[in-house]
Write a protein that binds this ligand. Structure first.
Ligand code: ADP
Length: 475
């Protein structure tokens, strides 16, 4: 998998920090080790120097060949170079050189100058004799024949061998440490960059319209919280979009329904007008009947337009209606009076069940009147002749319940949730003939909501229907 720029930038920062730290630590370690080796070497030289001192006490016996041989052997055993110099700095004995030439007469070397001043002197410098860097310790001693310098030297090369051992150990340690740190850095960086790049991808997908995209790996830290927030945001966006699409769909269906509902009566009107114009106008047997059909279709269109306008007005006023204290009773009486002729003609018997004389609720006179008109008209319409309709009013807790009950054709359970939708008719062909627009209950529902009440239907197919409207009690 090709990793992002972000990953590499982060990882490289870690690499640089790790490399720098490892380098500094290793460097300091090597410097310290070098110093330590030198210090121990000098200490060693000084300890050995003390061992040589007794051989020079009388100032003369050391010059005998036997003694020189012994001293040279001692120096070799101690893996050091022994030099004896007079007070002026001239070499008297040199353990690793057979013949001392005049050129090897020394001026006062730094270690001798120091020793002359403070008994012991040390120096690290280039040795002409050994042709290499050498570490020296010199001591000025008093003999019976005057002062002498005893000096021990060890080539720095010998010390460096020990240092290079330490150096390779440090290098191996540093390499391992670095490798391990890099591995840990890799894991750490991945733990941050992997979720972040997934989040970036998902956020990009969402911004491009893929609202279903979600972050799957949610780490248990702040990144997880961020991921969760992105997921929630995506859900909210998705919900909003689907709500908007649904509303758009409803609006489209509504427009096509209106067109269809208007087209049917219009086609019929045009058909009959054409027939009349083609000669039927003078046919006394049919002309009046045709005109009546035209009239009823025109009425149907006018009802539809009125209902649509009413629906639009209610929707426009949603939430703006001031509730008043209204008594149901006179509204019920006026509605009955309006529907009495129709009930009489169908020989429908009306019963009233009132809990009390007055039933005051919070509502609106116009809305309540319209609601009851509609429910009563439906009850009469969908009840066969000689049927029964009853209107009830009773108080339940803080509500007043209005029921409009009939023993007509009833509504199937599957249709019940849908009858409050616009243009929904249980049996389209049948109710269209009855002149219904399919908007009546949609208007009723809107009005009930507008006055903060609720409505539902209880029914069984063939067993009549009961519509129940609940409004808040006023007293
Ligand atoms: P419509 O104007 O066609 O009556 P409504 O919105 O008033 O439209 O009613 C929707 C549908 O509900 C009606 O077509 C009818 O099938 C059914 N309906 C309404 N009231 C009753 C009732 N009392 N009994 C049986 N069916 C009913």
């Amino acid at each position: 998998m090709i990793r992002s720029n972000f990953f590499w930038k982060n990882f490289l920062s870690y690499v640089l920090i790790i490399a720098f730290t490892t380098f500094v630590v290793s460097y300091l370690l090597v410097i310290k080790a070098e110093q330590f080796i030198e210090d121990t070497a000098l200490e060693g030289l000084q300890e050995k120097l003390v061992l040589f001192e007794p051989y020079f006490a009388d100032g003369s016996t050391w010059r005998e060949p036997e003694s020189i041989k012994l001293l040279v052997n001692m120096a070799r055993d101690a893996k050091t170079r022994l030099s004896i110099l007079d007070d002026a700095g001239s070499i008297l004995l040199e353990s690793e050189v057979e013949e001392i030439t005049s050129s090897e007469r020394h001026d006062m070397r730094p270690e001798l100058k120091d020793a002359a001043r403070q008994d012991i002197g040390v120096a690290k410098r280039y040795s002409d004799i050994k042709a290499s860097q050498t570490l020296y310790t010199a001591k000025r001693i008093q003999t019976a024949k005057g002062p002498l310098f005893i000096r021990l030297g060890v080539p720095v090369r010998n010390l460096q061998e020990r240092l290079s051992d330490i150096f390779s150990a440090v290098a191996i340690g540093a390499a391992f440490g670095m490798l391990l740190s890099l591995l840990i850095a890799l894991i750490l960086v991945r733990r941050i960059t992997d979720p972040l790049s997934e989040m970036t991808k998902v956020a990009e997908a969402i911004s491009l319209g893929n609202y279903g995209a979600r972050i799957r790996k949610l780490p248990r830290n702040e990144l997880g919280t961020l991921g969760l927030a992105i997921n929630r945001l995506a859900e909210a966006v998705q919900a909003n979009i689907s709500r908007r699409e649904k509303m758009e769909q409803i609006r489209r269906e509504f427009s096509s329904n209106i067109s269809h509902e208007l087209k049917t009566p219009l086609t019929s009107i045009r058909g009959y007008v054409d027939t009349l114009l083609a000669g039927a106008l003078n046919d006394p047997q049919h002309n009046v009947r045709f005109l009546r059909i035209i009239e009823s279709n025109a009425e149907r269109m006018s009802n539809l337009v009125n209902d649509l306008l009413r629906l639009a007005t209610i929707e426009a006023n949603e939430g703006l209606v001031d509730l008043e204290v209204i008594d149901w009773r006179p509204i019920v009486e006026e509605a009955i009076a309006r529907h009495q002729p129709k009930m009489d003609s169908k020989k429908i018997e009306l019963k009233l069940n009132f809990d009390a004389e007055h039933m005051q609720v919070k509502g609106s006179q116009k809305a309540m009147s319209h609601i009851l008109d509609n429910l009563l008209a439906n009850a009469v319409l969908y009840t066969p002749p000689s049927g029964h309709v009853s209107i009830g009013l009773r108080t339940i807790d803080s509500c007043v319940e209005l029921t409009v009950k009939d023993d007509g054709i009833g509504i199937a359970k599957t249709d019940q949730p849908r009858i409050f939708e616009r243009f929904y008719r249980v049996d389209a062909a049948r109710t269209k003939n009855e002149g219904g627009t399919g908007l009546g209950l949609a208007i009723v529902k809107h009005l009930v909501i507008q006055i903060q009440g609720s409505i539902h239907v209880e029914s069984e197919l063939g067993q009549g229907a009961t519509f129940v409207v609940r409004l808040a009690r006023a007293h």
